[in-house]
Design a protein around this ligand. Structure first.
Ligand code: F6R
Length: 608
């Protein structure tokens, strides 16, 4: 949801900002722009469309200067256009602002500023901010930003420059991510670490309503009350190459192929043969686990789908009732929460506004919250009572892949941890599941090494307008994720249905040639699923069946079968989803879509 970056140093700001924006384009790509201070003036270059348009513009009209801010936009208020692109300036172009978030009271602020004589050129909510800062400006940019922020409702990460204080960037955040990078004679702000990883690994995480003032010489931090504060410096260990394509055509393909390693990393030190599961980063006690009456798993999109698999795992292994909720629904439905309610939030980015709001709602009602997230230091990880990191490494493609499979692994770990504490499984049963979990990296690699069938099915079906995904039980949860992957990157209409539900209406849509992907991996549901598959094949559907190696006969009644290696049934989603990720990927490539940056989407959804 928009990416922002800022630089104050001794080098040319323009190229550093554009390079940073290229690492943030996953957050939005409707327009891009920079504002650079030069000789007491702010020069802005911005335009609609991908970053490459801005790069071309800057090639023909370069901007000089060592201090600047940049932005890549995911449009909310105002269509994607040159004029709505950030940065936005005050009326006399002495103050420039980049913003990620939504100013909820901007209409009110806009009419108030208009009554004071301010003029507006864009349709954005953001434009009120430079004008509000201008209104309060009295020779001290930090003071003016603080006063302006006190009038603003909503979410924001802001980078602000002012031509009267030409070496400086003032930054602040609330409910939108923002980090500060400390370099040698240069300092940075960014929405996310990869944007500045080529320049520094020393990062400060800003908390809500903390302010940073950056110059080339250093960074100072202030509380919302204007008091100077000290902040802890964090050193990032990631390999910078982890955020590069590394020879793959797309980030999505690279991330699909990274899954064997990501799955292994998620289990490291947590799942060890013949040793009880120990979760160092979790403080919940055995007694608290025994007292849990109900678990809510709350998340959005792909993470929500991982939560549904989590429900099956926890209910089956630990016998605790679980309800899975979409975060944007949960927070407005007055959920029943007691001190014995546990909430698990799942979020790759740890910044999703709806998930964060649901977490806060549950905490305020007295629930304990465990966060499963991929991003160290993210808002969700800071606010939850316990954290389980998924350790998938940076996920850049908008369509989530390795984040999902590692979320599944984390859910299994948690389910087994609860089972161990509640004695709902014997040691032997736990050890058997763990043994199969430890095989998953190798089995995932086998799936990836045998991608030809799914690739062929993609090349035969990519021109279809609709696809249906069917499954029963845990396969239904995987079907939902498969359908989401396909629709988001190939724009093919796809829906998932529980196999037994089809006959209650949807089967009316099945006709000659309709494409159906049918998951039949679960032993206890196989025969039932076969009947459901036959219901669609007899009506002319073209079916891709997914089942487990060693099961024969499916090729007699479907068009194509792909197999996943055999492991404990409950773990099969980790393997079957890889086939569905590959299917979506190859369909998208065949259709010539922009795989990593699908239309209308952004990776980190920090607005409601
Ligand atoms: C789909 C996808 C989204 C995210 C959702 C939640 O491929 O990536 O559906 O899963 O926006 O994001 P996080 O996990 O960052 O909270």
């Amino acid at each position: 949801m928009c990416g922002i970056v800022g630089y104050s140093g001794k080098n040319e700001a323009s190229s550093i900002l554009v390079e940073g924006l290229s690492k943030l384009e996953y957050r939005g790509y409707d327009s891009a722009g920079v504002a650079i201070l030069d000789d007491g003036k702010i020069n802005v270059s911005k335009c609609k469309g991908r970053l490459v348009n801005l790069e071309n513009k800057l090639k023909s009209s370069p901007l000089k200067g060592n201090v600047g801010i940049g932005h890549t936009r995911w449009a909310t208020h105002g269509e994607p256009s040159d004029v709505n692109a950030h940065p936005h300036n005050n009326n006399d172009n002495t103050i420039s602002v980049v913003h990620n978030g939504i100013i909820e009271n901007y209409m009110e602020l806009k009419s108030w500023l208009k009554s004071k004589g301010y003029k507006f050129v864009s349709e954005t909510d953001t434009e009120v901010i430079p004008n509000l800062i201008d209104y309060f400006y009295n020779g001290d940019l930090l003071d003016a930003v603080m006063k302006a922020i006190s009038k603003v409702e909503g979410s924001y990460a802001l980078g602000v420059v002012c031509s009267n204080e030409p070496n400086k960037i003032v930054a602040v955040r609330k409910d939108s991510p923002l980090i500060v990078g400390a370099g040698k004679d240069e300092n940075f702000i960014a929405s996310d670490v990869p944007a500045i990883l080529n320049h520094t690994r020393d990062i400060y995480y800003l908390k809500d309503k903390e302010f940073a003032v950056l110059t080339s010489e250093g960074v100072e931090f202030y509380s919302n009350e204007g008091e100077k504060i000290e902040k802890e410096l964090n050193h990032i260990e990631w390999d910078a190459n982890a955020a590069e394509k590394g020879g793959y055509e797309h980030f999505m393909l690279k991330e699909i192929y990274e899954q064997p390693k990501a799955i292994k990393d998620t289990m490291t030190s947590r799942i060890i043969e013949d040793q009880p599961i120990k979760l160092d980063d979790i403080n919940i006690t055995k007694e608290q686990i025994e007292n849990i009456e109900k678990i809510y798993i709350v998340a959005c999109g792909t993470a929500y789908h991982a939560g549904i698999v989590g429900k099956y795992a926890i209910e089956k292994l630990a016998r605790i009732p679980v309800e899975v909720d979409i975060a944007s629904e949960f927070r407005y439905r007055n959920p029943i929460i007691t001190k014995n309610t546990l909430m698990i939030v799942l979020s790759q980015s740890g910044e999703t506004a709806d998930t964060l709001a649901a977490l806060r709602e549950a905490k305020s009602l007295g629930a304990r919250v465990i966060a499963i997230t991929n991003v160290v230091g993210s808002s969700v990880s800071r606010e939850a009572d316990d954290i389980l990191y998924t350790w998938a490494g940076p996920e850049i493609a908008v369509a989530s892949t390795k984040a999902y499979t590692t979320q599944l692994i984390t859910m299994y770990i948690l389910a087994l941890f609860f089972a161990q504490n509640k004695n709902t499984l014997t040691n032997e049963e736990i050890e058997n599941i763990k043994a199969d979990m430890l095989k998953l990296p190798e089995k995932a690699k086998e799936v990836l090494d045998n991608k030809e069938r799914v690739q062929k099915f993609a090349s035969n079906t990519y021109m279809h307008k609709d696809m249906f995904y069917l499954g029963r039980g845990i396969d239904y949860a995987v079907a939902m994720e498969g359908a989401l992957k396909l629709k988001e990157i190939s724009y093919i209409h796809s829906e998932a249905y529980a196999g037994g539900e089809l006959k209650h209406g949807t089967i009316a849509l099945i006709e000659n040639g309709t494409v159906v992907v049918a998951l039949a991996t679960q032993n206890d549901l196989y025969e039932k699923m076969v009947s459901n598959i036959k219901e669609v094949t007899t009506r002319g559907a073209k079916v891709l069946g997914i089942t487990v190696e060693g099961r024969t006969g499916m090729d007699e009644f479907v068009d194509s079968v792909i197999y996943v290696p055999k492991v404990n049934d409950i773990l099969l989603p980790v393997l079957s989803v890889i086939q569905l990720q590959l299917l979506a990927y190859y369909v998208s490539v065949e259709k010539g879509c922009d795989v990593d940056k699908p239309r209308n989407l952004a990776k980190s959804v920090t607005v409601e």
